[in-house]
Write a protein that binds this ligand. Structure first.
Ligand SMILES: NC(=O)C1=CN([C@@H]2O[C@H](COP(=O)(O)OP(=O)(O)OC[C@H]3O[C@@H](n4cnc5c(N)ncnc54)[C@H](O)[C@@H]3O)[C@@H](O)[C@H]2O)C=CC1
Ligand SMILES: Cc1cc2nc3c(=O)[nH]c(=O)nc-3n(C[C@H](O)[C@H](O)[C@H](O)COP(=O)(O)O)c2cc1C
Length: 175
């Protein structure tokens, strides 16, 4: 029978797949598109994220993965108020605005905002907005995982969703 590798051996093992192969594989996982915003002592900031998912419903918690090299990283490190604004089918331009090398002024000028209970910016025409407080932060590789407790939800009916798949946007409409 083959013995289990010792911890030291595991740590010196080469990565199983290279970065490009990983990204190519990940490009086949369809994901909702979100503009994640914050405000507080670190200032107002926002970025586009597909790395968002549900964690548990007691307490209602979702997670967001944020690259520590992103321009918004300092603001998200200092602030605990976060709003995850899931984009509607007509908002791919907003995704590109918050997902490219633009200033925060340019990003927020691209849409209408209100202020959530926690103080984070809420996107007026979002499909759904999760108003959250960060409960825990975990660093893995290049990213921080932000665990966010949901204080309030705002949902719009009769509006289509936006999905990112195969490096492009796809519009979804319920029957
Ligand atoms: N989780 C993340 O940090 C993501 C970052 N992006 C950013 O948007 C750019 C354009 O993305 P695509 O058009 O989809 O082409 P791409 O070939 O760069 O990425 C393909 C897929 O790989 C994953 N990915 C890309 N960069 C990643 C990263 N640094 N860490 C973890 N997963 C990553 C995502 O699932 C992405 O959809 C990327 O180069 C990246 O800068 C996009 C999606 C997720
Ligand atoms: C469709 C899309 C999805 C993205 N998803 C993530 C994500 O989940 N996590 C992340 O840290 N960055 C993600 N990014 C990249 C950030 O939006 C990035 O920080 C932003 O594009 C601009 O970088 P800068 O603020 O450093 O100038 C995504 C970009 C795009 C276009």
């Amino acid at each position: 029978m083959k013995s289990q590798p010792q911890l030291r051996e595991v740590l010196t093992m080469p990565p199983l797949v290279d970065k490009q192969s990983f990204r190519n594989a990940m490009s086949t996982l369809a994901a909702a598109v979100n503009v994640v915003t914050t405000d507080g002592p670190g200032g107002r900031a926002g970025f586009t994220a597909t790395a968002v998912c549900s964690v548990c419903d007691e307490p209602p918690t979702l997670l967001v993965c944020l690259n520590r090299g992103a321009s918004v990283y300092d603001a998200f490190r200092q602030n605990d108020s976060i709003c995850v604004n899931t984009l509607a089918d007509h908002q791919s331009d907003l995704s590109n605005l918050f997902g490219s090398k633009t200033t925060m002024e340019q990003r927020f000028a691209g849409a209408t905002w209100s202020t959530a209970v926690t103080g984070a910016p809420v996107l007026e025409e979002a499909l759904v907005s999760f108003d959250c407080t960060v409960s825990k932060r975990v660093s893995v590789g290049t990213h921080d995982i932000l665990f966010c407790e949901v204080a309030n939800v705002r949902h719009q009916d009769d509006i289509g969703g936006l999905v990112y798949f195969d490096r492009g946007y796809h519009r979804l409409k319920s029957e």
